[in-house]
Design a protein around this ligand. Structure first.
Ligand SMILES: Nc1nc2c(ncn2[C@@H]2O[C@H](COP(=O)(O)OP(=O)(O)O)[C@@H](O)[C@H]2O)c(=O)[nH]1
Ligand SMILES: [Mg+2]
Length: 244
């Protein structure tokens, strides 16, 4: 995978926006990701596992707006020589998901979505469809980058949703699928890395497109200037009958 931990000097994580001083701005990209899914599927535990590598087994429902941060170095899979310093902001739905009261503003700035269900909870899987609808309604783009996570994969004996079923659903909707465990950490980083890769690829394509458009525009201007300078001075003046 194309992501590695940055050297200690720029590696920094925080538990929430409110408890830690803001990080410095020495990064190339700020990437905002949002975790979505029913209450209890493990979003808060998953994000805690990713940023702090800890698992809190007591279910403390998240209250208020919350996000976690982490710095990573991203290398594109097709160009590992180029490294980008990425400041990841991972937004948590902070309990509002219980009331389906997430506002458009909440979705708007997110560049990618971690869509999560609990493999031991059939309803949480069924509800993925309506989360997808919400996402498409509110997200800034009609085709946002989404990764589907089947969390609590460690609870094998309590499993209700098979991997084959989840994988088939993800395929139908064009999303990568990961079986994860916020408890053991299995596939947690892998899942975030895949989403970051999708987001970064999209961003780099957009940058490249605007660079090409800019270059084409420059060429047109150059051609006009060159053509203009090739015209004899008389022609130039003839339009207004003199030195206008
Ligand atoms: N066994 C197991 N329990 C988990 C896992 N992820 C979360 N939990 C537990 O599930 C409960 C709900 O988790 P939480 O992160 O608060 O869910 P959220 O409401 O989606 O944020 C808590 O008791 C967690 O300890 C997991 O991967 N495996
Ligand atoms: Mg939570």
């Amino acid at each position: 995978m194309g992501i590695e931990e940055p050297p200690q000097s720029i590696l920094s994580t925080s538990k929430s926006s409110s408890s830690v001083a803001p990080m410095s701005t020495d990064y190339d990209y700020l990437v905002k990701l949002l975790a979505l899914g029913d209450s209890g599927v493990g979003k808060t535990s998953f994000l805690g596992q990713y940023t702090d590598e800890v698992f809190q087994s007591k279910f403390v429902s998240t209250v208020g707006i919350d996000f976690r941060e982490k710095r990573v170095i991203y290398r594109a899979p097709n160009n590992s020589a180029r490294a980008h310093r990425v400041h990841l902001q991972l937004w948590d739905t902070a309990g509002q998901e219980r009331f389906r009261s997430l506002t458009t503003a909440f979705f708007r700035d997110a560049m990618g979505f971690l869509l999560m269900f609990d493999v031991t909870n059939e309803d949480s899987f069924t509800h993925i469809r309506s989360w997808l609808e919400q996402l498409r309604t509110h997200a800034a783009t009609e085709t946002p980058d989404v990764v589907l996570c089947g969390n609590k994969a460690d609870l094998a004996t309590r499993r209700k949703v098979t991997e084959v079923r989840a994988r088939e659903f993800a395929k139908q909707h064009g999303m990568p699928y990961f079986e994860t465990s916020a408890a053991s950490g299995h596939n947690v980083a892998h899942c975030v890395e895949k989403l970051l890769e999708l987001v970064m690829t999209r961003m780099e394509e957009a940058v490249e497109k605007s660079r090409r458009a800019g270059a084409a525009h420059q060429k047109t201007i150059k051609r006009i200037v060159v053509q203009d300078s090739l015209e004899p001075p008389e022609t130039k003046r003839s339009g207004c009958g003199g030195w206008c």
